[in-house]
Design a protein around this ligand. Sequence first.
Ligand code: NDP
Length: 237
Amino acid sequence: MNKVCAIFGGSRGIGRAVAQLMAPKGYRLALIARNLEAAKAAAAELGGDHLALSCDVAKEHDVQHTFEEMEKHLGQVNFLVNAAGINRDGLLVRTKTEDLVSQLHTNLLGSMLTCRAAMRTMIQQQGGSIVNVGSIIGLKGNSGQSVYSASKGGLVGFSRALAKEVARKKIRVNVVAPGFVRTDMTKDLKEEHLKKNIPLGRFGETIEVAHAIVFLLESPYITGHVLVVDGGLQLAI
Ligand code: NDP
């Protein structure tokens, strides 16, 4: 196989589950997060010869350096997963400008920077596949999450436009939009209360979202698609 996949946000949560699914298939992986120790621990757990890198996706220089390191140690990147993300929930009137900016920079600008860096190598190779992790909140909106919704909604527009832009180069761009998934991001939410609104009656597991991500990564005839993985939540809200 020997295909190379960059997983931003690969140290924890959904990104880490993607790595756990892809490693046994023979992919060579780069697990990327700000916290290098956590990325290293996640890579070590996989066994094999995977790379752990520290990068803040919101910083252009970091992203550029990360792609240089991946090319040096693993070769050209064929697959890209953008699972790095943060939330700073709260009513807009109470949201500090720094929290507004950090969500847009990490969730939206960050994916734009990694996609642009990947484009250079994927265009050269005349092929590649990208999955950006959005959110059901980016499609439906949610009170107290206007900025997060904007970052994830923007990611859908960005991904669909980019899919059109690079399809002729045989590069595909898709989005997975999860509902509530059990990770660090949702650990303070009250599942008992929220699950009443979820038709399948529970939060999702990271591996369930990872399956959808890997499916889109590997599906040669799907591009510009938004795959919702939410236990039916969108039917209820
Ligand atoms: P986690 O908080 O479990 O993991 C987030 C990952 O992103 C970590 O690896 C973290 O590492 C990394 N990360 C965060 N900020 C940056 C940054 N600036 N630069 C590089 N890496 C960063 O989150 P989830 O796994 O839950 O979320 C993954 C994606 O799925 C996010 O985009 C999230 O918005 C989305 N999502 C999650 C849902 C859920 O219910 N959990 C629902 C819908 C969407 P580090 O902190 O070391 O940088």
